[in-house]
Design a protein around this ligand. Structure first.
Ligand SMILES: *Cc1c(COP(=O)(O)O)cnc(C)c1O
Length: 503
């Protein structure tokens, strides 16, 4: 359970801070090169090894196994050029150059072979961070994914009959039993779910949407534009803050194909507002024989108020209130892999599954396996709250985070190059367009370095190994611990140590 914090930013503990030491280092470029210096430079230039010497050296040859020779040669050439420039500036030029250049080439080749998506420590406090790939998966989902990845897996085969089937059959029973829907299918993400739903049900016809729900999410998802792509015609009703049932009623015409209601995930209209309930819209849709589509966004499957999720619509309640189709993401509050989920009436779902776009939007075996494993955890809300990382992080008691922050601050305070470190009260957010106004009381450490400003410290943390993504505010680099796994605490300390080291 979490509470809203009102004391964000206040230090709880101060750890003895080192005093600033603003040293001004000499600018090497301004040092005049004396005649003696010039001949030194010439000698250094002449002794730079050739590209070939570097490429043929045993260490480079070893690091280059499995890398195209042309790339190794290019790397060696680049390292030599950079070195030559350093020599001319007077900042390099010692004995044993070949060793130094070999070391640099090997380092670059190793860097180039590291995984491109490296495990990154999220110290932003944003639980569903779209820039960091949203939800980290539960252990169970990772295991299922690894097994499917390394093997053949029957994504489109009904094994008892040996017949070919639709891929969503793997998940359908789980989704139906959890949400109470008649049927379900899955696509690549929620934007795709909305696109295929609208194009299947309403191409060339009108879809009624409240003006208060014409959302933009993450810059590239703008409801009117997705609608335009689907071929459905947007019929706006009401105003930004108030839309009544009568507004929907008046908008009906011969060409009306559906009513769409969208959860305004990443913003709230506060004050004098009005919008009909899903149950009222459903009644109207039934009277006029059109489907009601509800895009709930975040993927809360059932009422999770007991687990800290208030103010979010859930799929089960929406189905119970009469929505014909409910759409949501797999990688937001559901805590699974990127996916778009469609649950609802059987006839509508099977119409969507038969649409030719389905082939372009379908899921692969990796996502299917991870999503199925995540849904298996959701069969029991208590198990989900314990095992699904997104839900677990949401519910860590703030005292636990303060305790960890105190330990970290002590360690970080001992690091040479750290000017100040404090335990601080922070405010985390769910992120990913969910619960934009609900701050979650959190705790972290904030740091100032002796020899660099906060932007440079943050940059070095991002570029470190493992990379750490912090928040930056008012001269501090902040590490919010709600999104840092406890087992990563030691890595955070060493990341700070490496980052503040003079270079
Ligand atoms: C996040 C969101 C989307 C887009 O979902 P993706 O899975 O990111 O494609 C669509 N609608 C709503 C209401 C959302 O919150």
């Amino acid at each position: 359970m979490y509470q809203t914090s009102s004391s964000a930013g206040k230090p709880l503990l101060r750890v003895s801070a080192r005093s600033y030491n603003v040293g001004v280092s000499g600018d090497k470029r301004s040092i005049a090169v004396s005649p003696a210096g010039a001949s030194d430079a010439n000698r250094a230039l002449r002794s730079i090894p050739s590209v070939n010497e570097l490429v043929e050296s045993p260490a480079v040859a070893k690091a280059g196994v499995g890398i195209p020779r042309s790339l190794v040669v290019d790397t060696a050439r680049m390292v030599i050029e950079e070195y030559r420039a350093e020599v001319l500036r007077g900042s390099s030029g010692n004995e044993r150059e070949i060793d130094e250049l070999v070391r640099r080439v090997v380092e670059r080749l190793e860097e180039a072979s590291k995984p491109r998506l490296r495990a990154t420590i999220n110290a932003t406090g944003i639980i569903i961070h779209t820039g960091l790939g949203r939800a980290p998966l539960a252990r169970e989902a990772v295991a299922a994914l690894a097994e499917a990845a390394a093997n053949y897996a029957p994504v489109e085969l009904d094994m008892p009959t040996g017949e070919r089937g639709h891929r969503s059959f793997i998940l359908r029973d789980l989704l139906c039993s959890i949400t109470g829907a008649e049927s379900a299918t899955v696509v690549n993400n929620n934007a795709a779910a909305l696109l295929i739903t609208l194009t299947t049900l309403a191409r060339g016809r009108e879809v009624i949407v409240s003006r208060g729900e014409l959302i933009e999410i993450g810059g590239s998802f703008r409801l009117p534009e997705v609608m335009a792509q689907s071929g459905a015609v947007l019929r706006e009703v009401g105003t930004t803050n108030k839309t009544r049932l009568s507004d929907y009623e008046k908008a009906f015409g011969e060409n009306t194909a559906a009513i769409l209601t969208v959860h305004p995930s990443n913003y709230r209209v506060l004050g004098f507002t009005e919008a009909p309930e899903v149950s009222e819209l459903s009644k109207l849709a039934k009277q006029r024989s059109v489907p009601l589509v509800h895009d709930i966004g975040s993927g809360v499957l059932y009422d999770m108020r007991a687990y800290g999720l208030r103010d979010e619509p859930d799929a089960k309640s929406s189905i119970a209130a009469g929505a014909d189709l409910v759409l949501f993401s797999g990688d937001k509050l559901l805590g699974g892999p990127q996916a778009g989920i469609i649950v609802g009436r059987k006839a509508l779902v099977s119409q969507i599954e038969k649409h030719p776009l389905m082939r372009a939007l379908r899921l692969d075996k990796l996502t299917l396996s991870a999503l199925a494993a995540t849904l298996q955890l959701h069969r029991d809300p208590h198990t989900a709250a314990e095992r699904v990382p997104v839900l677990r992080m949401l519910n860590i008691p703030v005292e636990q985070l303060v305790h960890r922050a105190e330990g970290l601050a002590k360690e970080i305070g001992r690091i040479e190059g750290v000017a100040a470190v404090e335990v601080s009260r922070e405010e985390s957010y769910v992120g990913g367009g969910s619960l934009p106004t609900q701050a979650i009381a959190s705790a972290g450490v904030r740091i100032r370095a002796r020899d660099m400003d906060e932007a440079e410290l943050a940059r070095r943390l991002r570029m470190g190994s493992p990379p750490v993504l912090p928040r930056v505010r008012e001269g501090w680099v902040i590490l919010d611990l709600r999104t840092v796994f406890a087992k990563q605490d030691d890595l955070v300390v060493s990341a700070v140590r490496a980052a503040v080291r003079a270079q």
